[in-house]
Design a protein around this ligand. Sequence first.
Ligand code: C2O
Ligand code: CU
Length: 470
Amino acid sequence: MSRNTSMTIHRRGLLLGAAAAFAMPMPSRSETAPRALVARPGKAQLAPEGYPETEIWGFEGQAPGPLLRARQGARLQRRLMNELPVPTSVHWHGIRIDNAMDGVAGLTQASVAPGETFDYVFDLPDAGTYWYHAHTNSYEQVARGLYGALIVEEPEAPDVDREETLILDDWRLDHETAQISGDFGAWHDLSHAGRMGNIITTNGSFILQRAARTNERLRLRLINAASARVLTLSLAGLEGWVMALDGMPLARPIAAQDTLLLAPAQRMDLIVDVTAAEGETAHLAYMDDDGKWWSQVAWDITGSAASKPRPAPGALPPNPRQAVPGVAGARTVTLVMEGGAMGRLQAATYGGKRLAFRELAERGQFWAFNGTVGRTDAPLVKAALGDTLRIRIVNDTVFPHAMHLHGMHFREVMKDSDSLGPLRDTLLVQRGETREIAFVADNPGDWLFHCHMLAHAAAGMTTWIKVARS
Ligand code: C2O
Ligand code: CU
């Protein structure tokens, strides 16, 4: 398959070492227009065979959009060309990016009108699994397919036979026509768990068919692009390790559990060995609400790659700036999440006015952070450049929320101890839970901090953090 071919070339190229990579001619910005990334309508066979194709919105008309790959330290340049009927913008999720390139319409840039373009040019400081997606009316645009994977390669790739980037999504399609339901912003979705779909795809396919060999070692880069659904996943006929979360390598690989939880926007890098025997099929499976497992990716085992499994892999090379020092004495901000159906929110401030829950609902707003609905001119917190900050997140709702911080990764401050969790950019906070994060505010600019259940973000769960420029 072409993916295999390109992987072989890729690994051979790496043997040339970093010097060769940097010796490659890089066109300067002024001379060459960046390569295009066209946002436009397209069609995709999302539903099983026999159903019609689904009309989507996608980068290059595909869902997922093209897989972007670059080396750590490289500069990525893409000219967004908007051929959609609506304004859009692109957010490069998880990249420690220059604020002006963050893609948040109304905060870091104006949205790009139909027929217009915007040049995204930024450096990639960290290796890992990232993704890009529309950040204008995200709850509709991401759900229509405007997203893709962004892979930043380590200078020295881990020793695997090949890798697969697997983007999972949850679509709401009409049962007969297989078209995307146009009920964006439906009251029930906004006020409950978000816009849940009825069909899960991997790389845009209902089921992905692959081949593999016993004892083959694969790197799987999982990305949850769903607008709302927390995915419960499992491996069958594959055993291995979690290597990285949200792009960032773990200090020590962790043996992959029987079930893997992936909240919207989260990523997980695995290295797995094929344990299934010839003639069997290995799976990445998804568990539905009734506890039934469904194969998302099926690897038919044809032959054997080695007679015995390899020793456990070492950690992936660390990214720069992984430390979060000074947590003990850091300033702490509390963020109380309230609202939603069956919640306790009576009233909150929206557009400068105090409104009762019913009045908020009439405006399509259902959630509040610290009594305020949606993003206002005042940030949640203003940080001095280089400060360490702690945010205590209190989920006083009956739904889970996947909180995403733009521009910087954080670590979770673990309960009753000083230990810190892995670096992440999206944290799943279950109903009723209180969790705390800490990060170094080392990236100047205005950074969104919001729930990645995108209907929640649109219905009130959005705030921002200001990091001073000096
Ligand atoms: Cu992936 Cu503000 O989002
Ligand atoms: Cu939420």
